[in-house]
Design a protein around this ligand. Structure first.
Ligand code: AVI
Length: 351
């Protein structure tokens, strides 16, 4: 379906570090025996979790996706025009890559600086390689099939990996200027210190011709933020509770989902939304595969996610600490969300 004989337009690279089940067992064990209890948000994204996350992105309360799409619709051509020739677009945590289409379209469409030698390549006179990096392989394969059909000259190297392993692959994609995408406010699921370290690792792979595009949700009033993470239709609640379903299915757990409630609160001091699952009664849960019994008091919580929000000054500080600086940044019309185009600082030391 996806490969031409001589020059395959689609390749899949799988980078799995260790045994994913053993890692899930280890994290569930340590998280549910900790005080207070916690589970990592990276386990949200099985196929049901990815489907629910795509539904969240369509919700009226979850403005983040629409705000970012609005900015990309307005500025994708400006971003594309910064690249003169062939380009590799690398996307961290690509999901269904809907917004990426706007950038690929702009990169592949004719632009004023088109050189005569460019004809016969992409319509825009350049070759474009798209490298999505995501843990959810089926979603990535589905979106790759769609993109290959839409863009007959696009080449795709899909990397099935966690971010951290995906970074190893970043170093090997170095034959042309790169546009590295970290969209969807994914930076928000890292602490500010983790975000700095992660950006620093990416910066360490960047040449002066590379650019990084980062989507950042801004601090705002509590009501708008809490509604975005606790929607009226209950989709975010289902997304959060799916973590327990996953433990039931994969680790032979017996969580009674009706005895847990979703909670999202904005911690203004730390500038983050915190998501919890709250036990509505005293109960014991057994996780057969681990041989673990977990006791819950009424009202006891499992902390499942943080989603950090930024002021422009905070994002500049994190970028600067990572050796990056703004080439420019854009905001949606309602002033809720920023998209930053970062370059490596000329004075920064490579690590
Ligand atoms: C993927 N991530 C950026 C989303 C966020 O906004 O933190 C995940 C999410 N959690 C609840 N709603 C959406």
């Amino acid at each position: 379906m996806m490969a031409g004989a001589a020059m395959p337009r689609f390749r899949l690279v799988e980078l799995t570090a260790g045994d994913p089940v053993a890692e899930f067992v280890k994290d569930v064990t340590s998280g549910l025996t900790a005080e207070p209890k916690h589970l990592s948000c990276r386990y949200f994204y099985d196929s049901e979790g990815s489907r629910l996350f795509a539904a969240i992105c369509e919700l009226p309360e979850y403005y983040l996706t629409r705000a970012e799409t609005e900015i990309l619709e307005r500025h994708a051509r400006d971003i594309a025009s910064l690249f003169q020739g062939d380009v590799t677009v690398i996307e961290l945590g690509s999901g269904n890559a809907v917004k990426t289409r706007l950038l690929l379209e702009a990169l592949l469409s004719p632009h004023p600086t088109l050189s005569p030698q460019g004809r016969g390549l992409g319509e825009g006179g350049r070759r474009v390689r798209y490298v999505p990096i995501d843990i959810c392989r089926p979603v990535m394969e589905e979106s790759a099939a769609d993109l290959l059909q839409r863009f007959p000259l696009l080449e795709i190297v899909a990397v099935a990996a966690e971010y951290h392993e995906g970074l190893r692959h970043l170093r090997s994609e170095c034959d042309r200027p790169r546009l590295i995408l970290w969209l969807g406010s994914s930076i928000g699921n890292f602490t500010r210190a983790e975000a700095t370290t992660f950006l620093r690792r990416i910066q360490g792979t960047m040449t002066p011709l590379d650019r990084m595009l980062v989507g950042v949700d801004l601090r705002k009033d509590r009501a708008a933020l809490e509604a975005a993470y606790d929607d009226a239709a209950g989709v975010t609640a289902a997304f959060n509770l799916n973590l327990l379903t996953r433990i039931n299915h994969e680790l032979n757990g017996n969580f009674d989902l009706s005895a847990f409630q979703h909670r999202a609160i904005y911690n203004q001091d730390l500038g983050r939304i915190e998501m919890y699952l709250v036990s509505t009664r005293v109960q014991s849960v057994t996780i057969g595969r681990i041989g673990l019994t977990v006791r819950f008091a009424a009202g006891e919580t499992i902390h499942t996610e943080n989603s950090y929000k930024y002021t422009p000054a905070e994002i500049h500080a994190v970028a600067a600490a990572a050796g990056l600086q703004d080439q420019c940044f854009w905001q949606d019309a309602a002033g809720r969300y920023n998209l930053h185009l970062l370059t490596t600082r000329t004075d920064s030391v490579k690590t």
